[in-house]
Design a binder for this molecule. Structure first.
Ligand code: HEC
Length: 415
């Protein structure tokens, strides 16, 4: 009987761990590509921004001349000239910059699917906050991403001449989205979806507005006519938007390392602070070529944002409804909770259906390991309540308090 059970159980256990292993590998590869492509895309766009603002005028320059800059880099001098071309001057080879953006977006969407949608939704919803089926949660995520692009595009067209109104409406919608998502998805998934919304808007801008405007420039030149200035203006507007979105988006990309930001009631306010702070710093960097006080203003923005962040993410006194027990907590009690609620993931060989290697290398399956991680256990379980992951193992508030008390009392273990 015993061997029959083993034989029957083996294939599904094996396929389970093979698919988990594949998921982990895909996660690694996609994240790597995402990072490389993202650096190339954002790096290029920052370089061109910088070039544009540092161009120097020359006396007696020929018509069409817009500026020149000399640079030294990697063992040579670069003489870059920005100019309008006359018909017939179009070079045979013209380099476009669009695939870095596409690769960043495509790898980001694939990551979203692999990490959040294909993992049984364990990172996507927190069942102790809201019972939401996986298809519903995915529907909300995908719907938000597509809907956001449509709304943004309409706003751009209708409020093209009222940048202040556009800015207000844009921020209000963005934070509304962050707030709404944080009510239905896990804090971490809500953040990432806001990031995907921004990334998708930026990619839409590149492919639906900016690249077409560059194509119009080339076509006009080939057909010997003037390029449509409206198309150019629209592209300029979108590329400014993209410029302001980079810093906030880069924070969201690394946000899942910081449970103190996404793992709390005011997660969307934290996101708002960092988004506005990031966009403002970008703004002061943009105007630094003519705005003398840019540095103190940027520094002030950083200080103000960091202060707000410090206050928002400070360890809060645990809610009064659940108080830490004062009675001594034995190692046996703490161990029982760890074994049931944490060790399925945090062990040398996890038994969880998704996590087949201990996440972050953190394990509580032996007394010394549990003791070594005690402060982080208290932080994640009692203070932030961001572990167990999306409360997959359904820990109770009383158990959180018991673990908190165990750490408070010195995290005593007995062999
Ligand atoms: C379903 C799987 C799962 C369960 C169950 C789980 N964790 Fe985690 N844990 C993770 C993942 C994934 C990470 C890495 C991502 C992160 O830090 O959010 C992690 C990271 C951690 C970390 C390391 C990061 C840090 O902040 O120091 C600690 C500590 C932790 N978990 C504690 C616990 C405790 C305590 C429990 C039980 C009450 C628990 N976890 C239950 C999946 C799980």
């Amino acid at each position: 009987m015993e061997s029959g059970w083993v034989l029957r159980a083996l294939p599904s256990r094996l396929t389970g761990s093979v698919s988990a292993h594949l998921r982990e590998l895909l996660d690694l590869l996609l994240r790597w590509v995402h990072l490389i492509a993202g650096i190339m895309w954002v790096g290029n766009s920052m370089l061109f921004n910088w070039l544009d603002r540092n161009l120097e005028q020359e006396e007696g320059a020929p018509p069409g001349f817009e500026g020149r800059i000399w640079m030294v880099h990697s063992g040579g001098f670069y003489d870059v000239v920005k100019k309008q071309l006359a018909p017939g001057e179009l070079p045979a080879r013209l380099h476009w910059f669009k695939w870095q953006n596409f690769t960043t977006w495509a790898s980001g969407i694939s990551l979203l699917v692999v990490v959040y949608y294909a993992s049984g939704g364990s990172l996507l919803v927190d069942p102790s906050v809201r019972a939401l089926s996986l298809p519903h949660a995915i529907g909300i995520g995908v719907g938000t991403i597509l809907g956001a692009w449509v709304v943004y595009d309409v706003l751009c067209r209708t409020l093209a001449k009222a940048p202040a109104a556009f800015g207000l409406a844009g921020f209000a919608l963005l934070f509304g989205t962050a707030f709404g998502l944080s009510q239905v998805l896990s804090g971490r998934a809500a953040y990432i979806h806001v990031g995907v919304v921004l990334g998708t808007i930026m990619t839409g801008n590149v492919w639906m507005v900016i690249v077409p405007s560059q194509r119009e420039l080339v076509n006009a030149l080939q057909e010997g006519r003037a390029a449509d200035p409206e198309i150019g203006k629209r592209a300029k507007q979108r590329s400014i938007h993209n410029n302001y979105m980079t810093f906030p988006l880069l924070f969201i990309m690394i946000s899942n390392h910081f449970p103190s930001t996404y793992g709390q009631r005011l997660a969307w306010v934290v996101l708002a602070v960092l988004t506005i702070g990031g966009a403002l710093v970008r703004h002061f960097m943009n105007i630094r070529f003519w705005y003398r006080a840019w540095f103190p203003m940027a520094t002030g923005t950083v200080l103000a944002s960091v202060t707000a962040l410090f206050v928002l993410t400070r360890p809060r006194a645990p809610e009064p409804t659940v108080v830490l027990p004062t009675a001594p907590v034995s190692w046996a009690e703490a161990k029982a909770i760890l074994d049931q609620r944490c060790v399925p993931c945090h062990a040398q060989t996890p038994t969880d259906d998704v996590w087949k290697v201990p996440p972050g290398g953190v394990m509580f399956d032996t007394p010394p390991r549990a003791q070594a991680a005690a402060n982080r256990i208290r932080e994640r379980v009692w203070i932030q309540k961001t572990m167990p992951l999306a409360n997959k193992t359904q820990i109770t508030d009383a158990e959180r308090a018991t673990l908190g008390a165990w750490v408070q009392q010195g995290a005593i273990v007995s062999p």
